[in-house]
Design a protein. Structure first.
Ligand code: AQP
Length: 332
């Protein structure tokens, strides 16, 4: 029987992924390549919505790809590619834009958040329509499951709505995708502001843990993470959001349950606990950092791996697009 298909994308909007990206998304990408037919892409078209410098975008696209391979994606088991190299994504996005209501697009909270950050007038139309491009990314592969962090739930709903609308207007064409969200790690929060999600563009340097961070700096940041009043290491979302975030991080990376961690650190205070969280994070990220550097040292080989991934993705995308064009009444 054919394996279910999984697809997800990650933006090259920083010089490193962060712990939220890793736990909310990348780790699931790696796990799912064994059980699913997997497609993962670097979302460079999405990154364009905030007009990065060309050199920076090129560099970050390769850094992102290298991190995905370094984290454990195997080019034999997963098609890893750059979004702009499969041009059908942009084409389908236009067709879907024409199916989307203005009000519907305007309800996307991520746009509201980001527009507020850049200033309402400064936000691009691309930023406004980017959830529709995301729907195209997903639907073009007839995706079953989309591993993402909790912040993407609303966009997944839009993808399903657009698929349903297209199917009812033009005949069955797209599969309805389902989010694949792990509750425990759906929102890793900022170390300095435990009410906010850890974010490449919004977190302060002290609030974010980068996958490629130098271990000394990484340890310091975790030791300085905002903790809460009291001294007990217990999970309590409402009263101890900082400690709860660190417990989630430790548990997700070490595999030790939160209850066992609470028991182990009873009466020891925050210092000993944070020290161990730092070690668990360093142990996870040090080998990824090392492998990323190695992959980046041979750009030609990295580009070749990405081109091979794009070839595999394009073959699937083209099949869907032939059907979509025909359904819409476009000439062959
Ligand atoms: N803090 C987080 N906790 C859990 N999952 C997270 N993700 C992001 N932040 C967290 C998930 O990572 C994947 C890739 O995200 P993205 O690169 O598409 O951009 P994003 O969601 O907008 O993440 P950032 O860090 O906030 O980037 P910028 O600042 O560029 O917008 C997604 O699956 C996301 O859910």
């Amino acid at each position: 029987m054919a394996r279910p298909r999984v697809l997800s994308g990650i933006q090259p909007t920083a010089d490193s992924f962060h712990l939220g990206n890793y736990l909310g998304a990348v780790r699931q990408y790696v796990a799912l390549q064994d059980t699913h037919e997997a497609f993962y892409f670097i979302a460079d078209l999405h990154a364009l919505t905030v007009a990065p410098k060309p050199e920076e975008l090129r560099r970050r696209t390769r850094v992102a790809a290298a991190q995905l391979f370094a984290a454990g994606l195997d080019p034999e088991r997963a098609a890893v590619f750059v979004q702009s190299q499969v041009r059908e994504h942009s084409e389908l996005a236009w067709y879907l834009i024409c199916q989307t209501g203005m009000g519907e697009a305007g309800r996307m909270t991520q746009f509201k958040d980001k527009a507020a950050k850049y200033g309402e007038g400064a936000a691009s139309v691309g930023l406004f329509t980017y959830p529709i491009l995301q729907a195209a990314d997903i639907l073009i592969y007839q995706t079953d499951q989309v591993p993402v962090g909790g912040d993407q739930k609303q966009h997944l709903e839009l993808s399903r709505d657009l698929a349903q609308r297209f199917n009812s207007r033009y005949g069955p064409t797209f599969k309805l995708p389902n989010p694949y969200i792990l509750k425990e790690v759906e929102k890793i929060t900022d170390l300095q502001d435990p009410s906010a999600k850890m974010s490449k563009s919004s977190s302060s340097p002290q609030g974010i843990i980068d996958v490629l961070e130098e271990p000394g700096r990484l340890r310091k940041k975790i030791m300085r993470a905002v903790t809460d009043t009291g001294s007990e290491v217990v999970a309590d979302e409402a009263n101890k959001p900082g400690v709860t975030n660190l417990l989630r991080i430790h548990s997700a990376l070490s595999g030790v349950s939160i209850a066992d961690l609470e028991a182990r650190f009873a009466g020891q205070g925050y210092g000993a606990f944070k020290k161990e969280v730092a070690e668990v994070v360093v142990d996870t990220f040090a080998p990824i950092r090392e492998r990323t550097e190695k992959l980046l040292a041979d750009e030609a080989e990295l580009d070749r791996m990405l081109a091979a991934g794009a070839d595999r993705a394009r073959a699937v995308a083209r099949e869907t697009m032939a059907q979509v064009r025909d359904r819409l009444g476009l000439l062959p």
